[in-house]
Design a protein around this ligand. Structure first.
Ligand code: FPP
Length: 264
């Protein structure tokens, strides 16, 4: 698997990439990686470019990171592409962000098919512009038979909104008599979330130096390992991903309990 990645490297980066690669254990790759892709605006500002140029570059990084994650054997990659709060941005920026799924999927779909990647989405799709919904739905439909990496876009997603919806669905069932007080358990609540069919993320990455969750997967991240980097999303590359995975592999995940000799 690493050879596949290695073949794509230029000679200049080869040595340091190789060092990173050697430190990562092939057998403990996090199955589900979630990423808060932040810093597109600052990337553009540093170059005296409009913010949308940063988002365009961010889209190219999505393409690269999807390939690396797939090559590494990651099973699910959840990307925070647009939050329920992002509507507050200027219209020109929102319009551009809404055009990205179409741009991305139009050009990348053949490779997604070739790689056996399945596109999925969490979030409220119903209020996205028609062209955005169409692009996402078409990719979801075309890739639904694929059995490899799940590329899961969080689009118009907000964790509190997701929890409110879950509570309402549960209330509906209580009122209909199909759910009782005793049925309400952690597992049952999980079933009502948009990620019901997915395992919780093993690793959360946030770029750009911000250290907060910004309403992202609040329930699902309860036992996830976090990794923050100052790197701006458009500059995030395979070395950063390998570094995040290396740090993840050095962590001792205890889920609130103790491990091995610690119990003696
Ligand atoms: C946050 O950076 C980023 C976003 C709100 C958008 C993220 C979207 C992408 C990376 C592209 C998505 C691609 C597809 C295919 C859907 P920011 O704008 O808040 O950056 P700043 O904090 O530096 O201003």
């Amino acid at each position: 698997m690493f050879n596949k990645l290695f073949r794509k490297k230029s000679n200049t980066n080869e040595a340091s990439f190789n060092q990173q690669k050697d430190l990562v254990k092939d057998e403990c790759i996090p199955a589900h990686i979630a990423i808060i892709m932040d810093g597109n605006g600052r990337w553009a500002k540093k170059r005296a470019m409009p913010r949308i140029k940063g988002h365009h570059e961010g889209m190219n990084t999505v393409r690269k990171i999807t390939r690396y994650a797939d090559d590494l054997g990651v099973k699910i990659l959840t990307l925070y592409a647009f939050s329920t709060e992002n509507w507050k941005r200027p219209k020109i920026e929102v319009d551009f962000l809404m055009s990205l799924p179409g741009q991305f999927l139009n050009s990348f779909l053949p490779e997604l098919m070739e790689r056996n990647i399945r596109v999925e989405m969490i979030g409220d799709g119903s209020t996205l512009p028609a062209h955005t919904q169409k692009a996402l739905q078409s990719a979801i439909d075309q890739t639904k038979g694929n059995t490899g990496l799940i590329l899961n876009f969080a689009m118009n997603y907000g964790s509190r909104d997701e929890i409110v919806r879950a509570m309402k669905s549960m209330m509906d069932e209580v009122e209909a008599g199909t759910l009782s007080y005793e049925d309400i358990t952690e597992e049952r609540i999980t079933d009502y979330l948009m990620t019901a069919h997915l395992p919780e993320p093993d690793l959360l990455i946030r770029t750009s130096g911000e250290v907060r969750l910004s309403n992202f997967m609040l329930w699902q991240l309860a036992y996830t390992e976090f990794w923050f980097t100052d790197t701006l999303w458009p500059d995030f590359d395979e070395k950063c991903l390998l570094e995040a995975i290396r740090v993840y592999q050095s962590r001792n995940r205890r889920y609130g309990g103790l491990k091995g000799e610690e119990t003696e």
